[in-house]
Design a protein around this ligand. Structure first.
Ligand SMILES: [Fe+2]
Length: 194
């Protein structure tokens, strides 16, 4: 039986239709993650250059490449973490799904325990560490389960597809200092905030 390849274009079409149908959160994550899992079965679904760090500039050991940006906000990027690359604990301010295409991502999740009344302080508790493997999807559920740290602890690049509900460029987001509780607001001009 011939292999049936699910292309990036098909994924973009299916995700766009799903988002435009304004599904509830359960349906969005259920159907969306199934589609993303289907896409990442095939690492060749995106060009090789999008599966490698940029190799230049201030973050040469990282890569982020825009694959699709829709007026609805739907944002699809390829993200690459070189060996040792990381992102400290942060949130996203929108729903998200991350699928690993190649290698492994170590994801640490935190629970927020305070009442969220302060914009400059958060009490976080370590929740879990997951080794996310190729073909697996991890979900970012706003306000419920989305604060995470990302580490590539291996010696080869980790390639992922990220899907978000908004264009993250310029979006006000928060980075958390787990030790002190300090919240630092940040935004990036590019889509390299993942
Ligand atoms: Fe993230």
């Amino acid at each position: 039986m011939p292999a049936v390849t699910y292309s990036l274009d098909e994924f973009i079409n299916d995700m766009s239709s799903l988002v435009e149908s304004q599904p509830d959160q359960a349906k969005l994550f259920d159907q969306g993650s199934t589609q993303l899992q289907r896409l990442i079965q095939n690492p060749e679904a995106i060009p090789e250059e999008y599966r490698l760090p940029t190799g230049t500039g201030p973050r040469a050991n990282h890569g982020s490449y825009l694959l699709h940006q829709a007026p609805s906000g739907l944002s699809i990027t390829a993200v690459v973490w070189g060996p040792g690359d990381l992102a400290l604990p942060h949130d996203h301010g929108t729903w998200g799904m991350i699928g690993v295409l190649a290698n492994t991502m170590t994801e640490t999740r935190y629970r927020r325990l305070d009442d969220r009344s302060r914009d400059d302080f958060a009490l976080l508790e370590h929740d879990r560490i997951t080794e996310v493997k190729p073909g697996e999807v991890t979900l970012l559920i706003p306000d419920v389960d989305e604060i995470h740290q990302m580490n590539n602890l291996t010696d080869i690049p980790t390639a992922e597809i990220h899907v978000y509900g908004i264009d993250l460029r310029g979006w006000d987001r928060r980075q958390y200092n787990v030790e002190t509780g300090a919240i630092k607001h940040f935004a990036t001009a590019k889509w390299d905030n993942c």
